[in-house]
Design a protein around this ligand. Structure first.
Ligand code: OGA
Ligand code: ZN
Ligand code: ZN
Length: 370
């Protein structure tokens, strides 16, 4: 009789608490056979559980629990796959599961993660989506340069995140611009919509018409930058990870507000998100000492993000559609010229989410693997 199960699998000892085993019992009373969903709540499981008997059944181990004599069969292979302490609770979203880059790393040999839309549709989708998760973006070319097509790209891997801007938004010069994006001015590296919680985690920008000159897109790997920032100035890094910053957006119909740190960490302290957008930052209302520490750290972070060699330049041509992780990759554009004779630069954008993208990739890989 004991509180644990100890096994030697593949030459190494592994140990599971009785409560963990019981909570994961695969019998049809505990787990719905069709859906694999749990049928028992933690409070349905007796407290003070113990293991009274273990039997070797070849591929499985049979476990009997006290006080209720419940019996469970655990496949050995499953137990091995679920050994505790392997740090396997990562969700794929932190710096640990990414390939961090500087533009120099995406040089002639490796190239940019890019694919033509026809190749994407003809079996390349998994590779393109995997690049978004690993590198933070993919550049699709040959998406017909027609209004609304950006929604088809988003729908090919997930769900369009409709916002107060609509299902999609136009980025072009407007006579009475409500946003810097709708002028021909440069926009420095930023993440979109930091005033939403949850923030849209995927952004798409589709080029319908390029500018005659300028309007080049810049991309910065915010996770690579954050890792370098932590190494160079751990104190400032900590300040930004701890200080909630309010962002806001207000117009006639809308009043959005969110308050989160510029660098978001996972429960184990790894970089899991960046928010950076000076346009929509609201006044900080922390105590005086925190505010001064924040501003020093914020300036250092902005300087690091603007270091030469950090920004990848991509010139979007009509038909190019950039799909990127808005929790990680900052985007920018250079100023552009307006010719009185040409119709002018025009992009269309929309938002989607990483969970849907990751799900589509997982299903595609599952089908390929089986
Ligand atoms: C945007 C934006 C960049 C561009 O609309 O969010 O940053 O290239 N646009 O115009
Ligand atoms: Zn059971
Ligand atoms: Zn933007």
């Amino acid at each position: 009789m004991g509180a644990d199960l100890e096994l030697v699998v593949g030459g190494r000892p592994i140990r599971f608490p009785a409560i963990w085993l019981r909570d994961n019992c695969p019998c049809p009373d505990c787990l719905a056979p069709g859906t694999g969903q749990k049928l028992k709540d933690i409070t349905d499981i007796p407290n003070g559980l113990a293991i009274t008997r273990t039997e070797d059944a070849g591929e499985s181990v049979l476990v009997t629990f006290a006080p209720d004599q419940h019996r469970s069969a655990f496949p050995r292979a499953w137990l091995e796959d679920h050994a505790l302490g392997d740090g396997a609770d990562g969700d794929g979203r932190t710096e640990d599961d990414k390939e961090l880059w500087l533009p120099a790393d995406l040089g002639p040999e490796t190239g940019l993660p890019a694919m033509s839309w026809p190749s994407y549709l003809a079996g390349g989708k998994a590779e393109a989506l995997e690049a978004v998760l690993r590198v933070g973006f993919v550049l699709l070319s040959g998406v017909p340069a027609e209004p609304g097509r950006v929604l088809e790209v988003a729908a090919s891997f997930g769900y369009v995140r409709e916002t107060n801007y609509g299902r999609l938004f136009d980025v072009r010069v407007e006579p009475a611009p409500g946003n810097l994006a709708f002028t021909s001015r440069a926009i420095r590296p930023h993440t979109d919509n930091p005033y939403r919680d949850p923030v849209p985690t995927v952004q798409l920008l589709h080029c319908l018409r390029a500018a005659g000159e300028g309007g080049d897109t810049g991309l910065v790997d915010g996770f690579a930058a954050a890792a370098d920032f932590r190494a160079a100035d751990p104190e400032s890094f900590g300040t930004l990870a701890r200080t909630p910053v309010s962002f806001g957006y207000v117009d006639k119909e809308t009043e959005l507000r969110a308050s989160l740190p510029l660098i978001q960490l996972s429960p184990s302290g790894r970089v899991r998100g960046v928010r950076f957008n000076n346009r929509s930052m609201r006044p900080l209302r922390r105590p005086y000492a925190e505010v001064t520490a924040f501003y020093a750290a914020y300036r250092r972070w902005a300087e690091l993000l603007a270091q030469p060699g950090r920004q990848l330049t991509v010139r979007l041509a009509p038909g190019d559609c950039l799909v990127f992780d808005n929790t990680r990759v900052l985007h920018a554009r250079t100023a552009f010229s307006m010719s009185p004779r040409s119709p002018g630069r025009h992009l269309q954008g929309c938002y989607a989410d990483l969970d849907g993208l990751a799900s589509t990739l997982a299903v595609l890989t599952r089908e390929e693997g089986s």
